[in-house]
Structures are given as C-alpha cells and as structure tokens.
Design a protein around this ligand. Sequence first.
Ligand code: SAM
Ligand code: SF4
Ligand code: SF4
Length: 371
Amino acid sequence: MSERVIPLVDQRLTTRAAVVPTTPIDATGLLGDALGRPLRDLRISVTDRCNFRCSYCMPKSIFDKDYPYLPHSALLSFEEITRIARQFVAHGVQKIRLTGGEPLLRKNIEILIEQLAALRTTEGRPLDITLTTNGSLLERKARDLKAAGLRRVTVSLDGLDDAVFRAMNDVDFPVADVLRGIEAAREAGLGPVKINMVVKRGTNEHEILPMARHFKGTGAVLRFIEYMDVGATNGWRMDEVMPSAEVVQLIHSELPLVQLDPSAPGETAERWGYADGSGEIGVISSVTQAFCHDCNRARLSTEGKLYLCLFATQGHDLKPLVRGGTSDAELASAIAAIWQGRDDRYSELRASMPPDQSTGGRRIEMSYIGG
Ligand code: SAM
Ligand code: SF4
Ligand code: SF4
C-alpha cells in the first residue's frame, strides 16, 4: 500500500492513499470493521468554510482571512460525492448527514440532496438524509431543502441570551435569526428538529435551563453536547467540560425527567423524557462516557478523505480513485478494505491514555471533518 505522511501542522495533508485490494470485496450490506461494528452512518462534509467563528470549533485567531481554506478544485463535485455515497450505501449505510463547516454555504446544496435522495438502501428503502447547520441561512432555505428530499435538520444553538449567543458565534450573529430558522424548518416539515447545544463550563451553562424551558413542549429535541477535545485549535481543557450527568441533574431538579430507551443501535445521544410527557431531551457524553463500542459512523471530508473516527489523525484519500478511472466495484472494494481494518475507539481509550501517548495537537479539525 502506498503511503504518504507529511509531518506538517496542517493535518489535512496527512493522508494515506486508498488502494483497491487485489481480491475484490463484494458489497453485501453486511460489512463489519475489525471490532465487528457495521457501517450504517455516513457524514459528509460539503465545505470547510463557515460564517460563524465558534471559539470551540473555528477560533478567529486561527481561522482568519489568511487561513488556507481548500480551493474549489480540491472539493468533490456533487456527482463525485454521490458516487462515493452509493458505494457506502451498498455496504449498509442507511443514514447520511451533511455537515461542514456550514453546509448551507455550499452553493446549490439542494442538487446534492436530490441526488442522494434518489439512492436506495440494500433493502430498497430511501435513505434517512439529514443536515447539521448553524441555522443562519435556514429561514431562507428550509422549503427548498425539504423539496429536494431532506428529511430532518439539526440546528446548533448554544444559548437563548442574545449577548451570550453573539459572543459564542463570535461574529455578532443574533439569536432571533436562528430561532426563525428553526421555526421555518418545522413549518417546512423538517421535524422533529434537533437542537444541539455545546455546553462549555464558565461560558454558557447558565443557558441550560432557559433552553430546556424554551424548547419543552415544542416538539423539538434539545441535545446537550459535552465540549470535546476535537481539533488542535480550540485550547480544550477538561475543567471546561460539564459532564452530561450534571446537565441531566440540573434539568431534573426543575423539570423532572425519566430515562428513555435508545432509539437505534449506535445512537450517540442518551434520551431523557419529561415526566409530564411534554417531549424529550438528549445528552451526548463523548468525553465522560465513551460510546465507541457500537460506533457505526464514517466521515467523508470535503475533498474526499475518509475518516474512521472523529479523532482520527489520518484520512484515507478516495479522490485519486474517484478521479482516476476506478470502477464502482473497485471503489466499493477499496472502501470495504478500509472499513474492515478499522479499530478506532478513541473515546474509550482517552481516559487511560497518558498525555504523551494521546494524539496531542495532531487531531483533525471539526470544521474540516464535520460533527
Ligand atoms: N456548522 C454546522 C453547525 O454548527 O451545526 C455544522 C458543522 S459543526 C462542526 C457540527 C456540530 O459540531 C455542531 O453542533 C457543533 O456545535 C459541534 N461542535 C463543534 N466543535 C465542537 C466541540 N469542540 N465540542 C463539541 N461539539 C462541537
Ligand atoms: Fe461554524 Fe458549526 Fe464550527 Fe460553529 S460549530 S464554527 S457554526 S462549523
Ligand atoms: Fe466513534 Fe471515534 Fe467517537 Fe469512538 S471516538 S464514538 S470510534 S467517532
């Protein structure tokens, strides 16, 4: 296998070229990785750009006007993305999430959604196509997204207090516009809308209860995400992580909760329902409670690199295959060989890892690989 490892700070360049195995691997929909985990969920990053500068993701000091974003020629076209996605679906993927950067900044994203919506699972069913967005362009685009075949959206929102929200997105974007985007998504039939709130201790934990009160009874599912040590630029510190157990306790003290069963295997959120039956919340505890054992997610970067874990230090470059005359069967075989070799379980290992053996600052940025 040819391998190209360039020891540069920019981890986007650290890539292993995907290769077609000499013995073809048939797409049976039953592919398993080295730990027996199936492939069910594909997250596709459609841009590495964003109009927000959330400090935990794209801090202004790094992502400034001189930041070397990918040139347009490096991005996969919609046809290339759909061709790759088709092979993943043949291997068992049932759900596709579009992400970024801010996915709604990618021009004509509706066309990509239409193409993906035409794919069928190995059982002949339509895919579950969703999108994670900061909501800034949602009011304008919700109807077209729905018409193109999008099923649901997840909107990121870190607080209701306008000053807190403007400070967290760091571009002075008003909370009212995101709330209108959420409403537009609901009206367009993109519900139940999920709302992702990253909780950073010392920054927005006082927004937890107002957020819970606001969305309780609206049909939206609010999910609290532990601030994660993704990327190398956000200056992550454990003391800024608020464990999900504390979040649940805080809400439960005012709005009683009961634990619910997981909705699907590999589901990242632990579900809690309001005891009065007025809806549910979720907590995603990627720091305090590892969920690697049934992690069935693959991630495709904007330029065609396949990552097997959110904390991977190396991608597998599919673009040379896609642009180099490889057949669909060969592409599917190459993807299968990569997945079969997957033994990533970073969150499970994190707790026991001495700092000098962790991946340290060499992780890939969330804005590049998507959430
Ligand atoms: N721009 C879109 C958005 O914000 O929804 C999609 C991309 S964003 C990278 C996907 C998700 O990752 C968002 O919900 C965001 O809050 C979350 N995220 C980014 N950095 C994070 C971090 N350090 N810890 C936890 N979640 C993070
Ligand atoms: Fe942009 Fe989303 Fe990252 Fe915030 S979390 S900077 S909105 S990509
Ligand atoms: Fe999946 Fe990696 Fe997260 Fe574990 S750390 S749940 S393997 S993405």
